[in-house]
Design a binder for this molecule. Sequence first.
Ligand code: AMP
Ligand code: ZN
Length: 512
Amino acid sequence: MEKDFKPRYELTVMNTLSRKKEKFEPLTPGYVGMYVCGPTVYNEVHLGNCRTFSSFDIIYRYLMYLGYKVRYVRNITDVGHLVGDVDEGEEGKIEKQARIEQLEPMEIVQKYTNLFHSVMHQMNTLSPSIEPTATGHLIEQIEMVKDILANGYAYEQNGSVYFDTQKLVKEGKDVYNYGTISGKKQDDLLTETRDDLKNQSEKRHSSDFAIWIKAGPRDIMKWPSPWSVGFPGWHLECSAMSTKYLGDYFDIHGGGMDLQFPHHENEVAQNVGACGCQPVKYWLHTNMLVLNGKKMSKSKGNSILPHELFTGNNDILSKAYSPMAVKFFMLQAHYASTLNITEKGLQAAEKGYLRLMEAWQILEGLQHDVDEELTGDDAQINKMLDLAFEAMSDDFNTAAALAKLNIIIPKINSLKNGRMEMSAISKATLERTKQVFHDFIFEIFGLLDETKNVEDEDGSNLLDEAMKVIIELRQSARSQKDWATSDLIRDKLQKIGIQIKDGKEEASWIKN
Ligand code: AMP
Ligand code: ZN
């Protein structure tokens, strides 16, 4: 791409490194390299995980919309990092799940990777450009440990290798001030003891962390290395894979805020230790989805799974919410704010989503043949469209962008009823409104029109008619408390991409 590349709109981003909004200027004009920490595939992703991945999907989409060529790398963590803190004999998460489900660890990995992909598909997120796995990059990780050792930033103890945080604090501070990302004071960092080590006693300092861990007798997922048969430390895969696919220094690194410490702090430490340079220009962190006032978390028993929400099979909410209603709900908050999931919020989002889709359908059907003078309404509409892009270009503020589009919706609704009002806006404004609504809804937000796609070519609705019969049969099974049949119908439909939504009054259905 030419040196004089100009994005459609200038973008500013909130950089965790500086804790300031900065003008976004990628290292190579026109190109963006972005790495996002992916899921650990030992169980189903919960809705909080989905919020983070959905936020980065929109960031990815908007960067492309601005004209950048983006390489988006999102990893799959398929090495089972330890479940608890420090106990000797601690089990890896994937190995533990494998034991519970009586499967091979790699069967667990495949099962939950597939489920993750299907949820991402339901949420209509784009696949990343590269989705590397930790187990597929052991050679790169071992090479990185060698480099860190060679540079004196790590030491070996009894077959495990530890990163020397003290050395980084003393000697690496001109390259990276350890603690910058997490905003922690160095004293706090250096007394921090929590990480996934089995053998705290082997460390020279409590804040040191393992980059290679010697396997214990119970470990199944283990590989040979110059130091021992073992496995890499959790933070290592992201350092090694981001370097491999995006280079020593790249544009954007993302993840949830809960990963700032220790994960991202230690990722930077490893990169500094291996190549003497900081890896990332802009660090972006998404905030947490909150349920019952607390961060959504599966291990704390405070979570809701996407399919529980989409099907209505949960004890928290009174009915099902479709993937697009949920996505719309997430769009209504900026990615860096916490988002509290509530029934009221979801209901409002469902309405808001339908209102937006209806406005789009009206717009799509409007034609304007006569070129007219611009009017006062034109000016107001164009201003709102400009402001929507301004909001989106201000650190991807989907909430503010949506609010601007919402202001135009009553105007669009007033156009649907005939020619009189049509002359209220010019052809040019109508065409622009159509284009901008289209781009925001489908390209930038990645919403799908769930209200459509049931009509047959001849205008009849056989599928809908057939579904009504199925829903009736299921209803009758339920009234006889025949839950097995009712669940069977629901699960079989789910498999073919149809969701039953159980309402208080009556059930309905949508295509996934
Ligand atoms: P994990 O598989 O636990 O590493 O999580 C995958 C991604 O989801 C990470 O970027 C986490 O920061 C993010 N995440 C975890 N819990 C939440 C939550 N409650 N809200 C938003 N993002 C979350
Ligand atoms: Zn990571």
